[in-house]
Design a protein around this ligand. Structure first.
Ligand code: BGC
Length: 499
C-alpha cells in the first residue's frame, strides 16, 4: 500500500475532529485495563519465588543452596528450574500472540481481548490451586497464552479507537495499567509473604481478580470501526463511531475514509507473508527492533527480580519486597508523565531523555555495587548503601517509565497499515516475549558471572538503542493511522524502500 494511490490529503490526513468524548475515555480505559493482567504477572513471580514456603514446596534445591553458608550473594538464586517457572509464560505468550493475529483479523480486536482474559482466568485458578510443579507450569502456560492475546489486541484497539491527536496518551494507558498491575502484585506479595505456608497461593490465585475486571469490562465496549468494517459490518461500525465520537458528530466522512482504507487492505490475503515485502521493511524492522531494544534496557532485571536482587545485595526478605514496591510506584508515576508529554512533544524526545537517564543511573548502580560489594559478592551491602542503590534504580525506572515502557507498545501499534496491522503487532509482541524469555533465562546466571557488570552491559545496550532511535525512527506524533505511510516516505533512509 505504501506506494499505492491514496485519497486526497483532505480525507486521509484529517483527524475528523476526533474529540475526547466520555465514551472514548471509558472505552479506552477498559481496553487499557488489559495491561493489568500482564503487569500483575510480571510483578507476582519475582516475589513468590523468594517466599520460603513456595521454594520449600516446589523448589527445595534452591532453598538448600540459599542456606549454604558463604554462598556468593550474586549467585544464590541461580537455578534453571526456578527461572523456567518464571519464563515459561513468555514462550506461551509468544505462541499466543502469533495465534492471536488470525483471531484479531477475522473476529475482531475485542474477541481477542476477551479470549485472552478468559484463558488467563483459568490459568490463575490452576496456579492458585497448584499442588505440584506440573500444575504451576500448566497454569503459567495458560497465563502466557492469555497475555499473548491481550497484548496483541489491546494496543491495536487503542490505536484505532483513540483520536490521532491523543493516541500516544491512550496507548500509554496500557503501560500505565501494566504498571498498576506490577505495583499491586508487589504490594500483595508484601502482605502474603507474612502468611505462613500458603501466602504464595494467595498471590498466584489473586491474578484472577484483574482478569475478571478486564474480561467483564471488555464485554461492555464496542469493537473498533476499522475492524468492524473489515468484517463487513458497516452499520455496526457507524454505531461504534457515533458512540465514541459523540452523538452530534457527523461520522460519515470518517467512515468513508476507513472503508477506503479497508478496500485497499483487502489486496493482502496472507499478511504474514506480505509483511516481508520490501515496501513494509521499515515497519517490520521497527516492530522487531523496538521490543528487542526495550528488553535490552534491562527493565525486567528490575521488574522480575527486584526482590531477588535486593535480597541478593543484602536486604532482608521483607525490605526486599518493599524496595520492589517503591520501585514500581516510581515507575507508575513516570508513565503518567509520559501520558502528558507524548502527544505534546512527541515520541523521540521521550526516547532520548529516557535513554540518557537510564544509561547514567544504571552506570551509577554498577559503580556503587562494584565499590561496595566487589565481585566476590560475599560482603552484604550496608543499609545506607542499599538505600542508595534503591534510589539510583528508581531514577533508572523513572527513565524507563516515560520512554521505552509505553513507547514500546505505542510505536508498533501505530506504524502498520491496516492490512498487516494485526500481523505486525503479533510479530512485535512475539519478539518482546522471545527476548524477555531469553533474558529471564540467562539473567540469574549472568548476575552470578558478570556480578555488578551486568548493569554496565545493559547501559551499553541503551546507548546503542538511543542512537538507533535518533537515526532511524521518524516522529509519528499526531499523524492519523491512515496517513502513516507518509512518515516513511519522508524519512532520509526508509524512503528508498517505500517510494
Ligand atoms: C515491558 C515488560 C516490562 C514492563 C515493566 C513493559 O513495557 O514490555 O517486559 O516488564 O514494561 O513495567
Amino acid at each position: 500500500m505504501a506506494g499505492g494511490a491514496l485519497p486526497a490529503v483532505g480525507a486521509v490526513g484529517e483527524d475528523f475532529g476526533g474529540k475526547l468524548t466520555f465514551s472514548v475515555y471509558i472505552t479506552c480505559i477498559v481496553a487499557a485495563s488489559c495491561g493489568l493482567i500482564f503487569g500483575y504477572d510480571i510483578g507476582i513471580s519475582g516475589g513468590v519465588t523468594t517466599m520460603e514456603s513456595f521454594l520449600r514446596r516446589f523448589f527445595p534445591s534452591v532453598l538448600r543452596k540459599m542456606s549454604q553458608s558463604k554462598q556468593n550473594e550474586y549467585c544464590m538464586y541461580d537455578s534453571q528450574l526456578l527461572t523456567s517457572f518464571t519464563s515459561s509464560l513468555y514462550i506461551a505468550g509468544l505462541i499466543g500472540s502469533l495465534g492471536a493475529s488470525r483471531v484479531t483479523r477475522a473476529l475482531g480486536r475485542r474477541v481477542s481481548m476477551l479470549l485472552g482474559g478468559a484463558t488467563f482466568l483459568v490459568g490463575a485458578t490452576i496456579n492458585g490451586a497448584a499442588v505440584n510443579v506440573a500444575m504451576l507450569i500448566v497454569g503459567r502456560i495458560l497465563l502466557g497464552i492469555g497475555v499473548g492475546f491481550t497484548n496483541q489486541a489491546t494496543p491495536l484497539y487503542l490505536a484505532e479507537m483513540a483520536p490521532p491527536k491523543w493516541r500516544g496518551a491512550f496507548i500509554s494507558g496500557f503501560q500505565f495499567f501494566l504498571s498498576v498491575g506490577v505495583a499491586a502484585a508487589n504490594l500483595i506479595n508484601y502482605g502474603t509473604a507474612k502468611i505462613h505456608g500458603w501466602g504464595w497461593r494467595l498471590s498466584l490465585g489473586l491474578a484472577a481478580v484483574p482478569a475478571l475486571i478486564m474480561t467483564t469490562g471488555t464485554l461492555l465496549v464496542p469493537d473498533t470501526a476499522s475492524s468492524l468494517i473489515q468484517r463487513g459490518k458497516i452499520d455496526e461500525a457507524r454505531r461504534a463511531l457515533q458512540r465514541v465520537r459523540g452523538s452530534g458528530a457527523d461520522v460519515e466522512a470518517e467512515l468513508q475514509c476507513l472503508t477506503e482504507e479497508t478496500m485497499r487492505s483487502e489486496a493482502v490475503e496472507k499478511p504474514f507473508r506480505d509483511i516481508f515485502k520490501r515496501r513494509y521493511r521499515p515497519q517490520l524492522v521497527m516492530s522487531i527492533a523496538i521490543p528487542l531494544l526495550q528488553q535490552l534496557t534491562g527493565i525486567n532485571v528490575v521488574a522480575f527480580y527486584a526482590p531477588v536482587l535486593f535480597r541478593s545485595v543484602g536486604f532482608g526478605s521483607d525490605s526486599s519486597l518493599m524496595a520492589a514496591v517503591v520501585l514500581c510506584l516510581v515507575n507508575l508515576g513516570s508513565v503518567l508523565v509520559s501520558t502528558y508529554f507524548v502527544d505534546r512533544y512527541g515520541r523521540k524526545v521521550l526516547f532520548m531523555e529516557g535513554g540518557v537517564q537510564m544509561i547514567l543511573f544504571l552506570t551509577a548502580v554498577a559503580c556503587v555495587l562494584g565499590v561496595k560489594i566487589g565481585s566476590s559478592g560475599t560482603s552484604p551491602l550496608s543499609k545506607g548503601d542499599g538505600v542508595l542503590v534503591l534510589v539510583l534504580m528508581c531514577a533508572y525506572a523513572a527513565g524507563f517509565g516515560w520512554s521505552w515502557g509505553p513507547l514500546c507498545w505505542l510505536i508498533p501499534s501505530e506504524i502498520f497499515p491496516l492490512e498487516i496491522r494485526p500481523a505486525g503487532q503479533s510479530i512485535s509482541v512475539a519478539a518482546n516475549f522471545a527476548v524477555t524469555f531469553v533474558l529471564a533465562q540467562v539473567f540469574l546466571s549472568m548476575l552470578c558471572h558478570f556480578k555488578y557488570g551486568i548493569f554496565l552491559f545493559y547501559a551499553g545496550f541503551i546507548a546503542i538503542s538511543t542512537v538507533f532511535v535518533a537515526i532511524f525512527l521518524p516522529e509519528t506524533k499526531g499523524v492519523p493511522l491512515e496517513a502513516m505511510d507518509r512518515v516513511w516516505e519522508k524519512h532520509w533512509y526508509w524512503r528508498r524502500f517505500v517510494v
